[in-house]
Design a protein around this ligand. Structure first.
Ligand code: ADP
Length: 550
């Protein structure tokens, strides 16, 4: 039989039942187990056998809290099943629903809560047997979950309607609980005696409770062998808590209303809440991640819009001139041809002009395309210090021509930056070119300083400082706008492109005045966590001292 290929939806990587637990999660789970063990050894022994006063409100309160916890956990796990279609999740969700539902007959039949002998025609043995079925039943769901989780993909994933699967699981689980209730209530007289009176448990209890505890141990082992995910880890903790709860209730005196019995209930409540807490934590974390992703997407879209507007504006601006020149030349050519004696030489000249302007328009479009190629970011982790050195070397001739002193101040052990080095080199080139142009208009000394540093939030800052004309207070808000220029030959696109590139990298670019004159352009980039000292640096240009006059 042909196997169906496993379809692994992208969401799988973000969900509890698929996420691998990190060391922190594992340590926390271990700490919870240790805390439970410490509490167990503190209470267990002679102390746990002490009889306390019977608190009538305790059982309904405990059962209500457990019911709410287990039902919410079941709903959240069913929701995860509807996303991932994993049969294992359907089973564990049904397990939590089972524990939630079984609490209803357990409370109703508990003697002395709603009626002296309990409701539902219960007998003295009913509640104790329900407890055993509950504590042996849930580990069975856990074992089925663990085995199904790694099954063949064809069996692992549910291919039909998820709604129908959830409804039938709920119906089946409810049917199991109803059947169990009927057996323990109607068959009370036939059931082996777990209680000798309404308080004390019989010796048979040890066997029944031992069997339930054994099921939890088996579930724990199966989970341990097949453990992969955060959910597996926490289910293992839950199984540990189940074993401890049964031991607390059973040793040394198996009886109701002892310290061990009350402590066992608290332990049971904690184990019931664990997976719910982890699910809620996961949902909150995923929500925060989602918000961050939405904001990042919005920023990127805005950056692209700016780029798109700038492309349109630049093309319109740059192409208008050659196009109108082409129209004028074509008109002139037609006029030369329409004369009584056509002047072919003038016509040729006009046609030549049309061809030249056509080429110019094509070149302008090509240039604009090259400048705006920010869409296909080729992100790699790279060393900013290396990039600074390479870029300064590229403009060495220009720096020498304008007798500019270059200071390069690079931070040691700089984290690597995640981005497109070609695009970021374009940014640096633009900033340095502007700085050179700005300083060319000023007297010496002309100093260009390029610095790299670690930013407060862990990113990397690069600054380009010049001693040029500086940016006037009126222009400071406009210089990043597309087509804003104060130069007669300027296009006013350089800084707009720089900003859109930096923002496409989730960074920031801004300008501030330099003292006593000039401008400081700075940008911050996100890092990938590794430091430049951990990885090979890009080759520094050999002929470039860190403080040199070029
Ligand atoms: P362009 O260089 O074509 O004018 P830019 O977008 O690169 O386009 O720059 C826009 C404007 O910002 C420039 O015209 C100039 O007025 C100002 N500017 C940019 N860099 C500097 C600088 N280092 N010092 C002073 N002014 C600058």
């Amino acid at each position: 039989m042909a196997k169906t290929a496993a379809v692994v939806p992208e969401e799988q990587h973000f969900i509890l039942s698929n996420l691998t637990p990190g060391p922190a999660q594992t340590r926390l789970a271990l700490a919870v187990v240790l805390a439970l063990l410490v509490a167990f050894f503190a209470i267990a022994g002679r102390f746990s056998g002490l009889h306390l006063q019977r608190i009538d409100a305790f059982v309904p309160m405990y059962a209500t809290a457990m019911f709410v916890n287990d039902s919410i956990t079941a709903v959240l796990l069913f929701a995860q099943f509807s996303i991932l279609r994993s049969r294992a999740l359907l089973v564990i969700a049904s397990g939590y629903l089972f524990t939630g539902l079984v609490l209803i007959p357990w409370t109703l039949t508990f003697p002395g809560i709603f009626a002296p002998d309990g409701l539902l025609d219960a007998g003295p043995q009913s509640t104790a047997w329900l407890y055993i079925l509950w504590h042996a039943g849930f580990p069975m769901f856990v074992i089925a979950y663990a085995l199904l989780k790694d099954a063949d993909p064809a069996k692992r994933l549910w291919r039909g309607s998820t709604g129908a699967a959830i409804l039938s699981s709920v119906a089946m689980t409810a049917a199991i609980v109803c059947a169990a209730t009927l057996i323990v209530t109607m068959g009370n007289a036939l059931l082996p005696r777990l209680l000798v009176d309404t308080v004390h448990l019989s010796t048979l209890w040890f066997y029944a409770a031992g069997a339930a505890a054994l099921m939890s141990v088996v579930a724990l082992i199966v989970l341990w062998v097949w453990r992969r995910s955060v959910l597996d880890l926490w289910l293992m903790v839950v199984m540990c808590a189940y074993v401890l709860e049964i031991c607390l209730i059973s040793f040394p005196v198996p009886a109701r209303y002892t310290v061990g019995w009350y402590a066992g209930r608290v332990c049971g409540f904690l184990s019931g809440s664990l997976v719910l807490f982890v699910l809620l934590y996961e949902i909150t974390t995923l929500y925060a991640q989602l918000l961050r992703a939405v904001f990042a997407q919005r920023r990127e879209r805005e950056a692209r819009l700016v780029t798109g507007e700038a492309v349109a504006a630049t093309i319109a601006h740059e192409v208008r001139q050659p196009l109108s020149a082409m129209v004028t030349n074509a008109d002139a050519g037609l006029r030369w041809l329409n004369r009584a004696t056509p002047d072919l030489d003038e016509t040729k000249t006009a046609l030549g002009q049309i061809v030249a302007n056509g080429h110019r328009a094509a070149a302008v479009i090509q240039r604009v395309r090259t400048m705006f190629r920010t869409g296909d970011l080729n992100r790699t982790a790279f060393d900013v210090n290396g990039l600074v050195g390479e870029t300064v070397a590229l403009v060495r001739a220009d720096l020498q021509k304008h007798r500019i002193v270059v200071q390069i101040e690079l931070a040691e052990r700089l984290p690597q930056v995640l981005g497109d080095p070609i695009q970021l080199q374009q940014v640096l080139l633009n900033l340095i070119a502007n700085a050179i142009e700005s300083m060319a208009a000023m007297d010496e000394p002309r100093v260009l300083c390029v610095k790299s540093d670690v930013h407060d939030d862990g990113g990397v800052t690069v600054s380009v400082t010049d001693t040029g004309t500086g940016v006037g207070p009126h222009d400071i808000d406009r210089i990043f706008d597309p087509l804003f220029t104060t130069k007669s030959e300027g296009m006013g696109m350089g800084l707009a492109i720089c900003r859109s590139i930096i923002e496409a990298h989730n960074g920031r670019l801004w300008v501030s005045p330099n003292k006593p004159h000039g401008a400081v352009f700075q940008f911050v980039l996100r890092t990938d966590g590794a430091t430049s000292a951990d990885t090979p640096r890009r080759e520094q240009p050999k002929d470039l001292p860190s403080n040199s006059r070029l």
